[in-house]
Design a protein around this ligand. Structure first.
Ligand code: NAP
Length: 324
């Protein structure tokens, strides 16, 4: 941990008042939104640190192939794109702190951001902690994670080469996972609770054309079957008839949406009923100098392209706030 926690005098630099030992901006989360906030803040001359608990990149770092990020006519590898974003932020002086933020205190000025290693103080904070995969909530789901149950097809798909797998969900993640896994696995069952995908139209035809993908419509997973401590099958309820169907499979890929990473806020900011930080297009929260960027905030479209936009808007907003 670098020592940015000590307080000291103030100095004037480029219109921004800086106190020694106090960051101009703490960015929490190093996904596309956080890395872009770091880039824009560093280029605006701010002393900025980006906090990340695991590896930079967030959900993007686990995306094999992205076709809807402008500028990449052949598509982009998510990990490579995330790595390039990190390098770009680094190049302009955004510092990375590899520590998980466990608590914040926005009642103090400067604001306090705590990790297991200490307390950091910052005059502005951008929260860009994103979201994580939602669980199905089935018995054995936790125990079988890493033993057949996965939340990341691109991370774990290769473990199921030549085997049968189930993907649960009907959104873009489920559709993309099923397409990806169809290239590795013998058979992919796409289990969805309705008879229509939520995923973008372009995925529908692609999935229908894959001979080893079977749609299991109007079906909800009800139980996991284990053998020798590993997943052996999924029992699904056919919702229109009430019948149970057992699907033998070595892998289950859960793609039923995401939930925001906001637990560490512990009441510091207003959340909506599903846990997202209430903030509009400006990213401003109810606390002056605190912003929310990317998937963690209330918004209509959660995509990499909207996350990077949020990061830029929040950093610029914070720079203006600090210059006043
Ligand atoms: P999502 O769009 O929220 O889809 C979640 C899917 O899971 C829905 O089909 C939903 O069914 C189903 N579901 C939810 N709870 C369930 C449960 N308990 N049991 C069974 N099924 C359940 O989530 P996502 O696919 O992870 O995508 C998240 C965001 O990232 C979206 O905005 C998405 O567009 C974006 N994304 C974009 C791309 C891309 O553009 N390439 C790729 C991945 C993700 P219903 O349809 O019945 O609600």
């Amino acid at each position: 941990m670098e020592d940015w926690t000590c307080s000291g005098g103030t100095r004037q630099e480029g219109g921004v008042r800086q106190e020694e030992g106090v960051l101009d901006m703490a960015v929490i989360g190093a996904g596309p939104a956080g890395l872009t906030a770091g880039l824009y803040a560093a280029r605006a001359g701010l002393d900025v640190a980006v906090f990340e608990r695991i590896t930079p990149g967030g959900q993007l770092g686990q995306t094999e192939h992205m076709e809807n990020y402008p500028g990449f006519p052949e598509g982009a590898n998510g990990f490579d794109l995330a790595f390039a974003m990190k390098q770009q932020a680094d190049r302009f002086g955004a510092r990375t702190v590899s520590e998980e933020v466990t608590a914040v205190d926005f009642t103090q000025e400067p604001k306090v951001v705590s990790t297991a290693f200490g307390e950091y103080r910052a005059r502005s904070v951008v929260i860009a902690t994103g979201a994580r995969s939602r669980r199905l909530g089935l018995e054995l789901e936790e125990e079988l994670q890493g033993r057949g149950v996965s939340y990341c097809a691109t991370c774990d798909g290769n473990f199921f080469s030549g085997q049968d797998v189930v993907v649960v969900g009907g959104g873009n993640t489920a559709a993309g996972d099923a397409i990806y896994l169809s290239r590795i696995c013998r058979k992919v069952y796409l289990v969805h609770r309705r008879d229509k995908l939520r995923a973008t139209a372009i995925y529908h035809k692609r999935l229908e054309d894959l001979p080893n993908v079977e749609f299991v419509w109007d079906a909800a997973p009800r139980a996991l079957v284990a053998e020798d401590g590993r997943l052996a099958g999924v029992r699904v309820e056919m919702l229109k008839t009430g019948e149970m169907r057992d699907i033998a499979c070595a892998g289950l890929f859960v793609a039923v949406g995401t939930q925001p990473n906001t637990e560490f806020l512990d009441g510091a900011l207003t959340l909506d009923e599903t846990g997202y930080i209430v903030a509009g297009e400006s990213g401003r929260t109810a606390i002056p100098g605190v912003y929310a960027a990317g998937d963690v905030r209330t918004k209509a479209l959660r995509q990499v392209v909207t996350a990077v936009s949020d990061g830029a808007v929040c950093a610029e907003g914070a720079a203006e706030f600090l210059a006043v």
